[in-house]
Design a protein around this ligand. Structure first.
Ligand SMILES: *Cc1c(COP(=O)(O)O)cnc(C)c1O
Length: 410
């Protein structure tokens, strides 16, 4: 009788071995067992899902397009969706050039994965905000890329520091290839880059010949007016690769995202995608296209904005009421997250154990720093918890700070 294999490590590839489960994720498993108010997740409020409308559309899609919607589709995506999303983007201020094309991806997450593989070689340099999106960090795992990081303030990326970093890199003979940025309603930063910084960023991209990878899941649901345009719209030379998704405006479970970029770039991404999943599910592309076309998404947007504005206000109010001296936070005008800077003496990762014991969870900010740092920061999600939970949870974090400090004294 052959004996059962007890350890598979020796069979795994170097790539698989290099990818580590995050210890935070392990900690947060406890949270899912209940009794803990979680600011750690990144889920939309399910009240934003137009369930009745989607169920009607699903039936209609089967009746009207069943043979196509249930069939294999082209890698680039279902034409009906591509045409509809172009219209939708233009209507919402995202410029689509005549020589641009669209590829549908299985969520924006896949766009991050595919674009990284389309452009980056091992040893290449990528510029990101610090903190940056965890999904991008995981998409880059195993690629062997180097990071140049640029800190954020309350307004997002410090483009003056970006300029310094690019100059330094050049003087060392380093030529970064790409800048990855979330200019509107940053995750995790909760910041929105003002127009002058956007222009500065684009000038620098021009000067240093960088591809600009713009991740824009929240641009359609900013809940306070700002005079900002997507980088894609400011782009004159065709160097912006833009991605967005229906995840925050319709449903993340449908897994439909897209990339808009010059057609030569899209053609290359298409080849990379082919080997990953052939194509994004045709069925959900048809449903998403109908929801856009019928105006279901546009009708829903004001409700999403109002809901998230109220929740943001509740969280800001609670932070003001409960946080001790020396704590700072961003004031998002969109998205789902607030970024908090705690005083230097607090290590948010160490403090998490106390917080979970007190019944609240968050993501320690250092998880979002590609090159380390950020020990005194944290990301708070406000889209998913209820307003009551938001107040109570923030109060519990403030209590955790107190207890953490007492534990350090003794
Ligand atoms: C939510 C989010 C996405 C969307 O990911 P999907 O794969 O489309 O669900 C992408 N980027 C950022 C920064 C996000 O916050």
């Amino acid at each position: 009788m052959p004996s059962r294999i007890t350890d598979y490590t020796k069979y795994f590839s170097d790539l698989a071995k290099s990818i580590k489960a995050s210890d935070v994720r392990e900690l947060l498993k406890i949270v899912e067992q209940g009794g803990v108010i979680s600011f750690a997740g990144g889920l939309p409020d399910p009240r934003t899902f137009p369930k009745k409308e989607i169920s009607e559309i699903a039936v209609e899609v089967i009746e009207k397009y069943g043979d196509k919607a249930l069939q294999y589709a082209p890698t680039k995506g279902v034409r009906f969706f591509i045409e509809t999303v172009k219209e939708f983007s233009e209507r919402h201020g995202v410029k689509v050039n005549p020589d641009d094309d669209v590829i549908v991806t299985t969520g924006s997450q896949q766009a991050l994965y595919l674009v990284a593989r389309t452009f980056l070689n091992p040893g290449d340099y990528i510029v990101t905000e610090e903190p940056t999106y965890l999904g991008m960090l995981s998409a880059l795992q195993g690629l062997g890329v180097n990071f140049i990081t640029v800190p954020i303030d309350e307004d997002g990326m410090r483009t003056d520091i970006l300029e310094e970093r690019l100059r330094e890199a050049k003087s060392q003979g380093i030529k970064p290839k790409m800048i990855y940025t979330i200019p509107t309603s940053h995750n995790p930063g909760g910041t929105t880059l003002p127009m002058d910084r956007r222009k500065h960023l684009m000038e620098l991209a021009e000067e240093y010949d960088l591809i600009v990878f713009e991740d824009d899941p929240y641009g359609f649901i900013t809940f306070e007016e700002r005079d900002v345009k997507p980088l894609k719209t400011l782009d004159e030379s065709g160097r912006v690769v833009y991605t967005s998704t229906i995840s925050k405006i319709l449903s993340p479970g449908m897994r439909v995202g897209w990339v808009i970029a010059h057609k030569d770039i899209v053609a290359k991404i298409e080849l990379v995608k082919q080997g990953v999943d052939l194509h994004t599910p045709s069925f959900t592309q048809y449903i998403a296209a109908e929801a856009m076309k019928k105006g279901i998404i546009d009708e829903r947007i004001p409700f999403i904005k109002q809901l998230y504005r109220e929740k943001r206000d509740a969280m800001i109010g609670a932070l003001q009421d409960y946080m001790p001296e020396g704590v700072r936070w961003t004031r998002p005008i969109g998205g789902m997250f607030i970024w908090v800077w705690l005083p230097e003496d607090i290590n948010s990762r160490e403090m998490l154990t106390i917080a979970i014991r007190k019944g609240v969870a968050y993501v320690p900010g250092d998880a979002f720093y590609p090159r380390g740092g950020g020990h005194n920061t944290m990301r708070l999600n406000f889209s998913y918890p209820s307003i009551e939970e938001i107040r109570e949870g923030v109060k519990r974090i403030a209590e955790s700070i107190k207890e953490y400090r007492e534990s350090k004294k003794s």
